[in-house]
Ligand binder design. Structure first.
Ligand SMILES: [Zn+2]
Length: 251
């Protein structure tokens, strides 16, 4: 299957909140058009634009693979109400009554799925399409599942939040392991051993060559903060184009 990056995940945090922009991918081949996670509502316009750029609309997506049911992955599910929705049974069962201190799983996520054609994935690995296998990666959430895609020359690991950013791979420690840290560590190790090309939950795709991370994409972001009612914006532009991120701020 061919993989297109629709929206690159963003590993951004503040001391107040996580940005929650996760990687959205499209897998095509074997007569299937599969969306991998749906993202938060705020990326809906760029998700639709990214599909349009491939000559598609949401109606062309016939399958949605939901890795887990955190808010930043599920909020555009309604665009794909016509599609088959695949999600781990453990996630679906847990979402009926999320723990009170679980800030990832909205207590209303089962209502979003109400009336949709949901296929619950068992807690075992399986080939769901030719060359596409599920990978059990619990720990970030109760039952997260990723995918391993056989690309011929290499294997792509679509790890979602079990591999939050490339830094997890460099440090060997999961960054966002809030459900079960022990399981999350084992899942990170498992994801990193499963292939060659990695698609993290909140970062750009990368390969690891001789211990060094090589990203396949660059970021160019511009942020504007109208902090002063009568003054100028605080504008921040940053790009990863050059070796390492470069940033310029203008007041
Ligand atoms: Zn998550």
């Amino acid at each position: 299957m061919k993989i297109d990056l629709l929206v690159p995940g963003l590993p951004a945090k503040t001391d107040h909140f996580l940005f929650g922009i996760c990687s959205l991918l499209l897998l095509r081949g074997e007569g299937r058009t599969v969306l991998f996670d749906t993202g938060p509502f705020r990326v809906r316009p760029i998700l639709i634009e990214a599909l349009n750029a491939l000559g598609l609309t949401p109606a062309d997506v016939d399958t949605v693979f939901m890795t887990h049911l955190h808010w930043d992955h599920v909020e555009n599910l309604d665009l794909f109400a016509h599609a088959e929705i695949m999600t781990p049974k453990l996630e679906f069962d847990y979402a009926a009554a999320p723990l009170a201190n679980d800030w990832g799983t909205p207590p209303y996520v089962r209502e979003i799925l109400q009336g949709m054609r949901v296929t619950l994935l068992p807690d075992e690995e399986q080939e769901i399409f030719p060359g596409v296998r599920t990978l059990l990666l619990p720990g970030h959430s109760v039952g997260l599942q990723g995918l391993v895609v056989d690309m011929g020359a290499e294997r792509a690991v679509l790890a979602s939040d079990a591999l939050w950013s490339a830094r997890d791979a460099v440090r060997g420690v999961p960054d966002v392991a809030f459900f079960n840290p022990g399981q999350a560590q084992a899942s990170l190790d498992r994801a990193l051993a499963a292939g060659d090309l990695f698609y993290p939950g909140h970062d750009r795709p990368f390969r690891i060559q001789n211990g060094a991370v090589t990203y396949t994409e660059q970021y160019h972001y511009h942020m504007s903060f109208p902090f002063q009612p009568h003054g100028q914006n605080l504008d921040v532009a940053f790009s990863t184009q050059h070796s390492g991120p470069c940033m310029e701020a203008r007041r």
